[in-house]
Design a protein around this ligand. Structure first.
Ligand code: DGP
Length: 113
C-alpha cells in the first residue's frame, strides 16, 4: 500500500518521532501550523474517521490519552491545545491514514478556515 504514514511507521520515510508504542506513533508535522504540531496515528492502517467502528474504536480514546500526555510533555497543557481530525475532501484530509493533529503553543483562532 502506498501510504506515507505507513511508511513513517515502517521507517521508510524519516520523521521526528516524539512517542511510539505497539499501537500508535506520534511525530512532528512536516509543515507545522503552530509552535507545537504533532500528528498521532494508529500503526494499523485505518483510512479515516469514517472507518472507525465498534471493533477498532478503542484506538481513538487511546490516541486522545496519548495526546494529553504529549501535551503535558510539550509544555502546552496548561495554556491549552487543540486536537483535530480532518476527514475527507471538505474536511481537509490530505493523507488517507487516520491521524489526529495536536496543536498548541499559540492562541488558536475559532472557527477554523
Ligand atoms: P491532513 O491535512 O489532516 O490530512 O494532515 C496531513 C498532515 O500531514 C499535514 O499537516 C502535513 C503532514 N505530512 C504530510 N506528509 C508528511 C511527511 O512525510 N512527514 C511528516 N512529518 N508530516 C507529513
Amino acid at each position: 500500500m502506498d501510504c506515507i504514514f505507513c511508511k513513517i511507521v515502517s521507517r521508510q520515510i524519516p520523521s521526528e518521532i516524539v512517542f511510539e508504542d505497539e499501537k500508535i506513533i506520534a511525530f512532528r508535522d512536516i509543515s507545522p501550523a503552530a509552535p507545537v504540531h504533532i500528528l498521532i496515528i494508529p500503526k494499523q492502517h485505518i483510512s479515516s474517521a469514517l472507518e472507525i467502528n465498534s471493533s477498532n474504536s478503542s484506538i481513538v480514546s487511546y490516541i486522545i490519552e496519548a495526546a494529553a500526555r504529549i501535551a503535558r510533555e510539550e509544555g502546552i497543557a496548561e495554556d491549552g491545545f487543540r486536537i483535530v481530525n480532518n476527514c475527507g475532501k471538505d474536511g481537509g484530509q490530505t493523507v488517507n491514514h487516520l491521524h489526529f493533529h495536536l496543536l498548541g503553543g499559540r492562541n488558536l483562532t475559532w472557527p477554523p478556515g
